[in-house]
Structures are given as C-alpha cells and as structure tokens.
Write a protein that binds this ligand. Structure first.
Ligand code: AMP
Length: 183
C-alpha cells in the first residue's frame, strides 16, 4: 500500500508549527494536520508499529490524550492490547497513580493496576517528547503495575529539551519519527 510509504521526512512537512502557543516562546508542534492527512496518519502508524514490533511489544501504553490516537492504532496494527495511561479521576475503578513535577506545579497519571500481566513487555507511545517528564512518570507507573518498560516511541522528539536523554538514564530506549530543533 503506497499510503504506508510516506517517509519520515515527508511526515515532518505535515506537522504544523504554531508559534507562541500555549504561551509566548513555545513553538507548538501540532499533529492534527498530520493525523488529518490519511496517508500521513497511515504512514505514521506504520513506522511506529515497525519500531514497536522490533522491540517485542506485548502491549502498547499510550498517554492521554494524543498518545491514545497513535498508541491505539499501533496496538491494532500489531494485534495486541492497548493500555491507556490517564489523567486523574477518569477511570471508573480503583487505580494506581503517580504524581510528577511540571515546570509550574504538579500533575498526576493513573491506570488500572490489573491492565498488565506481570513481566509483560510494554512499549510506550506518545505524540511528542519534550522534557520527558510525562514519559518518565508513565514508565514508573507501568513498572508499578508489573510491566517491563524498555522502549518508548514518539512521533516527535525535541532533543534540545533533553527528554530522550532522561529516559535513557531510566533504562528506556527512545525512538522518534522526526526531530525539531529548539523548544
Ligand atoms: P514532556 O513531559 O515535557 O515530555 O511533555 C510531553 C507532552 O507535552 C507531550 O505529550 C506533548 O503532547 C506536550 N508538549 C510539550 N511540548 C510541546 C510542543 N512544543 N508542541 C506540542 N506539544 C508539546
């Protein structure tokens, strides 16, 4: 299917950059233009799924909210289950959770403690890694639930913000389909 053969370089041209959102100085990398393009979405999922398969994924975890878009599609492509890592108060069951620091204040992620079998190889998928705070907290939470987490896959890496380096320090290999300089 030619739809799956757009290169990562071509995919990069489908990401819209919005300056000064949500605050002055931030270059917001908007993936809605990528996912709104059928071949762009299909190729993104294909490339992510290839990486997740090579990592031996037995389950995909996606972080709310944009990680759900790519993560769920990758899980379907690989024929494995999807685990949502959610913002607080969304799941209708007893959850496990983790608080983590943001630039200003803290945030929290929660998940179903029974979503993963002990020792299961879980690959994390999200749209973008910046400081890596969200991904690190997710990895810690997934590990609390019994997952083995050694691989995280992103559509976009902002290497100048150091997230990938931080994840590697926690024993997690990072792959991304594209990089943007700066923040
Ligand atoms: P972080 O925890 O710093 O790695 O931030 C990760 C999350 O923040 C990602 O899931 C993105 O959705 C969002 N994010 C951070 N910086 C940007 C940016 N420049 N453009 C778009 N989304 C961003």
């Amino acid at each position: 299917m030619t739809a799956q053969h757009l290169s990562c370089e071509q995919l990069k041209t489908l990401v819209r950059t919005v300056p000064d959102f949500p605050q002055p100085g931030i270059q917001f990398r908007d993936i809605t233009t990528l996912i709104g393009h059928h071949q762009g979405m299909a190729a993104s999922v294909h490339h992510l799924a290839t990486l997740a398969k090579a990592a031996g994924a037995k389950k995909i975890a996606g972080m709310e909210a944009r990680g759900f878009i790519f993560g769920a599609a990758v899980a379907v492509q690989l024929g494995i289950g999807f685990v949502p890592v959610r913002k607080p108060g969304k799941l209708p069951i007893n959850t496990i959770g983790i608080d983590y620091a943001l630039e200003y204040g803290t945030d929290r992620l929660e998940m179903d403690p029974g979503a993963i079998e002990p020792g299961q190889n879980v690959v994390m998928v999200d749209d973008l890694i910046a400081t890596g705070g969200t991904a690190l907290a997710s990895a810690e939470l997934l590990r609390m639930a019994g997952a083995v987490v050694t691989q995280a896959i992103f559509v976009i890496d902002l290497p100048d913000l150091g997230g990938a380096t931080r994840l590697r320090g926690a024993g997690i290999t990072v792959d991304a389909l594209m990089q943007f300089d700066g923040d």
